[in-house]
Design a protein around this ligand. Structure first.
Ligand code: PDD
Length: 289
């Protein structure tokens, strides 16, 4: 049997149902996290839980559990589902109330759901790299909140997929922001550059790990806005996310990045990133790149 967490209780996943008037379902009025699991252990869990709490707080939802309680519940969920490699999806909504744009008054408890998804590391793509398209960033101006409202992201990702690509790199005018579900990095003359963490992008947990790894390994790194022109002239391009790790981008809108192969600095960062996973979650058996 598969289990899910619903409002603090671990129950049969097929019984985990929410009301038609749950505000997440009707308005996307909630926030979420995706947490990677390697060897049955959650990678960068504290960072994810802190961002979850911050996202919720920024839209006025108070999560009815402490970080310690959430950790215990997620650990139990992992054990019950015997998940070794995969993801935890977790979301909290403003709860169930008669449909109204206004926040419900009174004591409406948030709805918190988590469940697990089996999934191996994307080794083939990590090795060979992926293709991307460019698309105008049409999303709202609070992309720092990991909101359930993902329509802009979905439209971008779908467009990429229809063109045989893995990701859509979004830009506001001439400024590159982020992927539809990832952060974007360029490498120029040995310096790694990625958008500063502000309201225009999600402050990716993977991005932060990569920036730290650069600093620890004396790789120059800048968090600043870069342009489409800089993207076009980059020596290397890669994207990052919980599920994609450090993913080389080898082609954008049909134009190869340099030779069209993953670059050397990207490869080094993949190695450092793998070591960081192993530090937190143990050795990745038969899962190396
Ligand atoms: N997406 N930017 C956006 C818009 C994202 O949706 C994500 C992650 C990231 C990378 O964040 P992190 O490194 O913390 O995963 C950046 C998740 C994986 C998703 O929606 O499935």
């Amino acid at each position: 049997m598969e289990y899910a967490l619903l409002n603090g209780e671990i129950i049969d996943r097929s019984e985990a149902k929410v009301d038609v008037e749950d505000r997440g379902y009707q308005f996307g009025d909630g926030v979420y996290e995706v947490i990677r699991v390697y060897n049955g252990k959650m990678f960068t869990l504290t960072e994810h839980l802190k961002r979850f709490a911050n996202s919720a707080e920024s839209i006025g939802i108070s999560i009815p559990f402490s970080i310690v309680e959430l950790t215990e519940m997620l650990e139990e969920l992992l054990l019950k589902n015997n998940l070794q490699t995969g993801n935890i999806y977790m979301q909290v909504t403003r709860g169930t109330a008669p449909r109204n744009h206004l926040f419900p008054t009174g004591n409406v408890p948030p709805t918190l759901v988590a469940y697990t998804i089996k999934g191996v590391r994307p080794l083939e793509n990590l090795k060979s790299g992926v293709k991307a398209i460019l698309t105008e960033d049409i999303r709202w101006l609070r992309c720092d909140i990991k909101s359930l409202n993902l329509l802009g992201n979905l439209l971008a990702k779908q467009k990429a997929s229809e063109q045989g690509c893995f990701e859509a790199i979004q830009h506001r005018g001439q400024d590159v922001t982020e992927g539809s579900s990832s952060n974007i990095f360029i490498v120029k003359n040995g310096t790694v550059i990625t958008h500063e963490s502000n309201h225009l992008i999600l402050k990716g947990i993977t991005k932060d790990v990569i920036v730290d790894l650069c600093k620890k390994n004396n790789i120059p790194v800048l968090e600043r806005t870069f342009s489409l022109a800089e993207l076009g002239e980059a020596d290397e391009v890669f994207l990052s996310s919980t599920t994609a790790e450090v993913m080389p981008v080898i082609e954008i809108d049909g134009n190869k990045i340099k030779s069209g192969n993953p670059g050397p600095l990207t490869r080094n960062l993949q190695e450092f990133f793998k070591k960081e996973i192993e530090k937190q979650c143990g050795v990745l058996v038969n899962n190396g790149i």
